[in-house]
Design a protein around this ligand. Sequence first.
Ligand SMILES: [Zn+2]
Ligand SMILES: [Zn+2]
Length: 342
Amino acid sequence: MKAVRYQAPGDFAVTDVPMPPVGPLDVLIKVHQSGVCGTDVHLHHGTYIGVYPLTPGHETIGEIEEVGTEVTRFQPGQRVTVNPNIYCGHCEYCLAGQLVRCANTEGMGVHRPGFFAEYASADHRQVFSVDGLESDTAVFAEPTACAMHGLETLGQRPGGSALVIGAGPTGLLLAQLIGSGGATSVTVGDIVPFKLETAAGLGVDSTVSMTKDPAQNIDRLRAASPTGDGYDVVVEATGTTAVGNICVPLTRNGGTVLVYGVTRPDERLSISPFELFRREITIKGSYAEMTSFAAAISALRTGRARTDGIISHKFPLDDYGKALEALASDPTAHKVVIDLRS
Ligand SMILES: [Zn+2]
Ligand SMILES: [Zn+2]
């Protein structure tokens, strides 16, 4: 079968690889679509925790081709998605029920083979039915699960105002969930006008056009807040330190900053400890997810999380390089998807 195969960061080919083995508890999936994520760009550059040689891809939908001898939950032909995140089950965190904090967590498409491939094999316990969902919606199951975990981590107090900085696909999913999760207003800020139009179309309360000037961004975003003095919740969803550095100043007294974007591990923010102390600001991080797939699929089914208009580009598997390039540098790119049926 054909798959994207990295020998090392920066060094990949779309090439023939052996079919994945199907153990007694596994299902073999014929991949239909796999979303390209900012993490895949980090994996390309070697700035994320990947294990090479690697087939990346962690957001997928497809059809069950074959089931292992002990699998009774699924049958060939069913349309499914896969939770790519796997916990070890025996570390201190797992044994305490804190699965997302597992010390030995492994991700399909990061530590194990992923879904930029014609076929993938997964333990059936990682697999979820998406019957009845359009493919272009179902392919957002993984990013929606991450957003659902973000909402859970945030633990927001109902009735507050929220700002999501970064109108990328996961930022827009989280903005919607924060809105239905108890915030009375959700504002989205971004530099790119068409992403803000998409945000408005998805029902956020207001959008703010940002610039490259941090001081100007603070002024504009604060002025757009319902109370004029900032937001009870501020989400960093760009993965840039320029935005990370303006989150605390934009947070109201007693509010929470959620670090949701992925930066390089060596990057640092500049934060005033006095401000955290004096204004009782909480900073939280939200990492991927482990147990949020069922909730995410439900939210996609009911429209609590909508994806209309977010997919901007589709490429065949052979054009994985072009897909990465589009995501990294095409100003018209929003969600980029590898479509294996094209
Ligand atoms: Zn991702
Ligand atoms: Zn563990």
